[in-house]
Design a protein around this ligand. Structure first.
Ligand SMILES: CC(C)(COP(=O)(O)OP(=O)(O)OC[C@H]1O[C@@H](n2cnc3c(N)ncnc32)[C@H](O)[C@@H]1OP(=O)(O)O)[C@@H](O)C(=O)NCCC(=O)NCCS
Length: 123
């Protein structure tokens, strides 16, 4: 196995919140319902959502940021332990397959008004 790509991104949480409030339908274009909602059915907090946005940007960078990736073809889900993982399909899976990526690593963080993520693509 070897590292095929790495990506990093940061998102200012207040600016991200304002974008979501300003643009109807944006949340649904960026996220799957499984990302927008917590297992309890409540909406996910904005900092945690901004970190998921950063993860998708970081994932795109790890793939060389080609045009044509759908945001909802990448999903951040959470293992029972609380560890976030990435699942891909469609446009993102196709680009990953082209590059030989077979597994993903993701780490999220949010503090001091900023959310961030790092993604590593392994193959
Ligand atoms: C290229 C892109 C990632 C840049 O992101 P951004 O938020 O505008 O800018 P950031 O400040 O986070 O990152 C800028 C850095 O991205 C890096 N970058 C630019 N093009 C890149 C590419 N094709 N591949 C990897 N990294 C790239 C550069 O290093 C740049 O810094 P520099 O200009 O100082 O060299 C963004 O324009 C983009 O295409 N996003 C992907 C959207 C997408 O595909 N979404 C669906 C994913 S599931």
């Amino acid at each position: 196995m070897s590292i095929i790509g790495v990506g990093i991104d940061v998102a200012e949480i207040d600016r991200f919140r304002a974008s979501l409030e300003r643009t109807p339908g944006l949340a649904e274009r960026l996220f799957l319902e499984s990302e927008l909602l917590l297992p309890s059915g409540e909406r996910r907090g904005i900092a945690s959502l901004a970190a998921r946005f950063a993860a998708k940007e970081a994932l795109a960078k790890a793939l060389g940021a080609p045009a044509g990736l759908y945001w909802t073809d990448a999903e951040v889900y959470v293992e029972d332990s609380g560890r976030p993982r990435l699942r891909v399909k469609g446009t993102v899976a196709a680009r990953a397959a082209e590059l030989g990526v077979s597994s993903w690593h993701v780490s999220l963080s949010h503090d001091a008004g900023v959310a961030s993520a790092v993604v590593v693509a392994e193959g």
